[in-house]
Design a binder for this molecule. Structure first.
Ligand code: CA
Length: 356
């Protein structure tokens, strides 16, 4: 008996030793990854967020994962990021889910939708409301693991060269406003166009477009949009809290030991809050700057917002009922919004109204 136990124990020790050395091998393995992004390299907020994410993963892993970051068009065009990471051309990417509505209409719910969740509510849905599980399920069919990795907070409504007093003022207006916001503008009689960030200023200055939205004071100042339009409207009803995303090739993610997977997950979460804080702190500095320029910062009239909200509801009902899978995500998103909004109103909103 004793001898048998001894041999068994010896076997177990050998198994543990083998396991230990396998673990040591996995720990020693170095990964060299490429990150493709949809942003100009080091662009304020978005591009900086991607750089921060790569650096954090490198630092926290003690150099076991080294990530080289590529700006838009360095390896692939801004809108080529999804396919490139999905096919394994790069292991990881930083981008925005609203670019992928052509892949699946449900993608848009994981960035921002008109009159949808704000940044704080969006994070609550993602992390504690079932959003992230649905996001993973959706991206799984594209060989991708998605993680929220940044948020701009509520955006601005955009730059106009005339006052917007009624919904009629949007009729015939050519505006750079992509995605679902563009769809809403079109139904209000406007002409939405999609332009990459770098093309906006010239288009606005030469009159190719009458108006544009971009992000908020921090990014809009960087593009010099205040030199090409007189009226700066708020709020960004079309993008109330856009979540940016980190996408990881599924095979590459699964090839990592679990501690490195955790490091990626935690780094995405850290960058998610970091980018929002960066925007919050820089937007107000840029707003101070813009207030001194020869422009007017104006709020959309209530009647215009009300009409845009009605049209948005129509658009979202159509998008949400596109197919069974989108329906499931649409239902989760709006069920959460209906539950969380009463609390936002009696907490954040009531506090701000009483304290300005
Ligand atoms: Ca925008």
């Amino acid at each position: 008996m004793k001898r048998r136990n001894f041999i068994k124990a010896l076997g177990a020790t050998t198994a543990v030793a083998t396991l230990g050395s396998k673990r040591a091998q996995a720990d020693a393995k170095k990964y060299k990854w490429k990150m493709v992004t949809s942003w100009p390299k080091n662009f304020p907020g978005l591009g900086v967020g991607a750089e921060n994410l790569a650096k954090m993963i490198n630092d926290l892993s003690g150099g076991r994962i080294k990530i080289k970051v590529f700006g838009a068009n360095e390896l692939v065009p801004p809108l080529g990021v999804f396919d490139f990471v999905s096919e394994g051309g790069a292991e990881i990417g930083h981008t925005g889910a609203y670019y992928w509505k052509g892949k699946h209409p449900a993608c848009q719910f994981f960035s921002s939708v008109p009159f949808g969740l704000n940044a704080q509510e969006m994070n609550a849905w993602m992390y504690y409301g079932g959003g992230l599980e649905l996001y993973e399920e959706l991206y799984n069919q594209f060989n991708l693991v998605p993680r929220p990795a940044g948020n701009t907070g509520v955006q601005m409504g955009g730059w106009f060269n005339k006052e917007i007093n009624t919904i009629e003022d949007l009729k015939g207006l050519t505006m750079r406003i992509p995605g679902l916001g563009g769809e809403v503008l079109q139904r209000a009689g406007g002409v939405p166009v999609t332009l990459a960030g770098a093309e906006i200023f010239t288009a606005l200055q030469t009159g190719t477009i009458d108006a544009t939205e971009w992000v908020g004071p921090y990014n809009d100042r960087a593009f010099g949009l205040y030199k090409a339009a007189k009226y700066y409207y708020y709020p960004g009803w079309h993008e109330p809290g856009p979540s940016l995303e980190c996408i990881i090739n599924k095979k590459a993610y699964l090839s990592l030991p679990s501690d490195l997977q955790n490091i990626i997950d935690i780094s995405c979460k850290a960058v998610n809050i970091d980018m929002l804080s960066d925007y919050m702190s820089k937007n107000n500095l840029a707003l101070d700057f813009l207030k001194k320029e020869d422009i007017k910062i104006k709020k959309f009239p209530d009647s215009v917002i009300k009409k845009l909200r009605e049209i948005s509801k129509e658009v979202m009902d159509e998008v949400g009922n596109h197919d069974d899978y989108t329906k499931k995500i649409y239902k989760s998103y709006y069920t959460f919004l209906k539950k969380v909004r009463p609390w936002t109103k009696i907490s954040e909103l009531a506090y701000l109204e009483g304290n300005n």
